[in-house]
Design a protein around this ligand. Sequence first.
Ligand SMILES: *Cc1c(COP(=O)(O)O)cnc(C)c1O
Length: 353
Amino acid sequence: MKFPRLEIDLNKIQHNTEIITRECHKRGISVAGVTKLFSGDKRIAKALVDGGVDWIADSRVENLKRFKDFDLPKMLLRQPMLSQSSMVVKYADVSLVSEQVVVKKLDKVAQKQGKLLNVILMIESGDLREGIFFKDEIDEAVKDILSMDNVRLLGIGTNFNCFGGVKPTREKLMNLIEIRNEIQTEFGVSIEIISGGNSGTLGLFKYDAIPLGINQLRLGASLSLGIGLDDIGIEDLHNDAFILATEIVERRNKPSVPIGDIGANSSGKQVNFVDKGIRARVNCAIGRQDIQPEEMEPIDPDIEILGASSDHLILDVTDSPIYYKVGDKIRFRISYRGCLSCMTSSYVGKKFF
Ligand SMILES: *Cc1c(COP(=O)(O)O)cnc(C)c1O
């Protein structure tokens, strides 16, 4: 078996998905299951589908293409590149949009392909990634989209906690509903969906703070890693569906402070060392090319991560009751960012349970 490897527990992912979709459905909220963490892997996507999500959502249209045989509507999360419009129309049923020039192109392509593409217009709520901020520009975009024949304005949406780290609040969501109401009155249309954010918005469930009218959430981290706002674990969910297993290639006793003139290390930084005397150190065959050490946490609480270079992870195992030797495996819980980079690294194997 190949190491390092991600050990992925599909049952845990499906379990998380079942619990969350049930909670959302109870509140009249449909779930777009976000698969962008999976690098297009169908086995993991299937766990979301089996867990009951209503949509499959990904930021990359290449991944939606891989999921084309799943019998669920597909949503493209990232605003489409003009250069990918024909793929978007072909593989997405709904696309989150914020630029009329793109929607115009999608409309043209949809006509050529004989399709109707749904779009959700993104509204800027202050996190400052995607979406339209000014009301008159929202109106302009709505007017333009309504004038197109092969694109349908399915809804409006917003995003939180991505660039600015801005948290969702009842107030911000009420504002979104207000915008929906104004559009409906001004243009005499019905706006079916209000997409109220990502896993961070689940935190509002506890306070019953999601206003009636928000009827879709786009959920990734909560389903796969059991985490919500600020990466904090959500009650009753598994947060260990992804475990990283690495193999030891060296175990040696060494001083804890480097010997010689100290300059920058391979990360370009000069590090200060604490002298703890001679310590048992282990090197594992994984490095910054695959994952940043800050994104890993040893399952054995008595192991300390000392650092990493591109291809080596360096650990202090002196305090562990387990005697680790060359060839043994050391396992880690990993963060969302760590999971993303390991899923993307072709050097990290994937083993499913
Ligand atoms: C990634 C993403 C999501 C999912 O975010 P999670 O925090 O993983 O739930 C939702 N919406 C958009 C637009 C995204 O890019």
